[in-house]
Design a protein around this ligand. Structure first.
Ligand SMILES: *Cc1c(COP(=O)(O)O)cnc(C)c1O
Length: 422
């Protein structure tokens, strides 16, 4: 469920009609619903209410500081994968003791920054990484809580670009090598083993891969405890999928997911951490665009929008489906016809949908891409020198621009011409 509904024939974000936002900030623009973000966070929090836990929102899904502040103030922790994300979380007022640091390639500078400024735990992914962290932490005279991300060799049955838990992925340490790795870490200064970490992929629409991975983590917990390690926390990653098409069967809900966790690892008495990103932010945001032209082609018509692949890359990158709907609700019974929905960028890949059934659209009409809140704005670029588009947060009957659209001058003035060309 989200809070983007037609009211009086016009699509609203909570209580705000989208045309009002379009009139004040222009298009294209991302619009988020605070109530939806909070609702999704709360669903996860409640799904784990059977024991000690922390829901660490995966910042990379949508990293605007206003969104982090909204979730952080509600009690969320944060899962960050770079110093930039760490700094965003701190700028949003989230304390270091609620931030976990994940990622396969943390640099020495990033490690130092989080150690100096406070971190709940660092999830380690390789031998050279934990040796480096041990050296830095012992130089600083501190002990940092760590987990090791194990790769359980489970097929997440998701898009290959977002599957991370198979043995041929770059992520984590093969679970078969975990005992050896934990033994070495226990012998190194500056590192304090606190648990195990796993994350098998994103947009999972079936609970079975989670169940298989968590079962392996439970076995490993008992093995490592028998080896004398203190395994008190299990970081079970993110990855729960969302329905991108309304017509599809609904993927599992957080409550069922929480039950799988309870079934598989609940008996171990560990504090549970999860790192959901997409399910919290995905359906909490839309991309609003305007129609520039309706172009009649050979056997197909094109809807040319002012939004493009640089604003929302998921269709081009993952072949992703987004429901695309008119902001003004079509009259009941109006006939639809197929359109190719495209942006202005000079690449054929700049196609959002092919042969999509739409009611008649005229130039200037507003349309909305649903489910664009996660991996939308964060993956945008200025390709074709199109300035980054604004982000707007709606809460009830209020809204605010949480990232303004840069002017062309601002975009261009970041470049500088070397003196010898001047
Ligand atoms: C991307 C990522 C997540 C979030 O995944 P979602 O599918 O957005 O829930 C969580 N943890 C790690 C380590 C990740 O890389």
């Amino acid at each position: 469920m989200d809070h983007f509904l037609y009211q009086g024939g016009v699509l609203h974000a909570e209580d705000i009609p989208l045309p009002e936002i379009a009139a004040s900030v222009g298009t294209p623009a991302y619009v988020y619903s605070a109530a939806t973000l909070l609702r999704h966070y709360t669903l996860f929090d409640e799904a784990l209410a059977w024991g000690p836990h922390l829901v660490c929102y995966a910042v990379k899904a949508a990293s605007n500081v206003a969104i982090l502040k909204l979730l952080g103030d509600a009690g969320a922790g944060m899962d960050v994968v770079s110093e930039g994300e760490y700094r965003r979380a701190r700028a949003a007022g989230v304390p270091g003791e609620r931030i976990v640091f994940s990622g396969v390639g943390k640099t020495e500078g990033e490690m130092r920054h989080v150690l100096e400024n406070g971190i709940r735990q660092i999830n380690l992914e390789s031998e050279p990484e934990y040796r480096m962290l041990s050296r830095i932490a012992s130089e600083m005279g501190i002990e940092v809580p760590v987990t090791v991300r194990v790769n359980p060799d489970v097929d997440a049955k998701t898009h290959e670009k977002i599957a991370t838990g198979k043995s041929d992925n770059k992520f984590g340490i093969p679970i078969a090598r975990a005992r050896e790795v934990y033994a070495e870490i226990a012998s190194l200064p500056g590192l304090k083993i606190t648990g195990i970490d796993v994350h098998i992929g994103s947009q999972l629409t079936d609970l079975e891969p989670f169940r298989a991975a968590y079962r392996k983590v439970a076995d490993l917990t008992e093995t490592l405890r028998a080896d004398g390690h203190a395994i008190d926390r299990l970081d079970l990653g993110g990855g729960l999928g969302i329905p991108y098409a309304r017509s599809n069967l609904a993927p599992p809900v957080p409550l069922e997911y929480g039950q799988v966790i309870r079934d598989e690892v609940g008996h171990l008495g560990c504090e549970i951490e999860i790192e959901p990103g997409r399910l919290i932010a995905g359906n909490a945001g839309i991309l609003m665009a305007s129609t520039i032209f309706v172009k009649e082609g050979e056997g197909r018509d094109f809807l040319i929008l002012d939004a493009a692949m640089n604003d929302l890359i998921r269709p081009a990158m993952y072949g992703a489906h987004h429901d695309i709907i008119p902001v003004v609700e079509p009259a009941p019974g109006v006939e639809t016809r197929p359109f190719d929905i495209v942006g202005p960028v000079c690449e054929s890949g700049d196609t959002f949908a092919k042969g999509r059934e739409m009611s008649p659209v005229d130039p200037g009409d507003l349309i909305a891409f649903r489910s664009a809140g996660a991996y939308g704005a964060v993956m945008s670029s200025e390709y074709n020198s199109r300035p980054l588009i604004p982000e707007v947060l709606v809460q009830g009957d209020q809204y605010a621009v949480i990232r303004p659209r840069p002017t062309y001058e601002e975009m261009i003035s970041r470049d500088s011409v070397p003196h010898w060309l001047d």
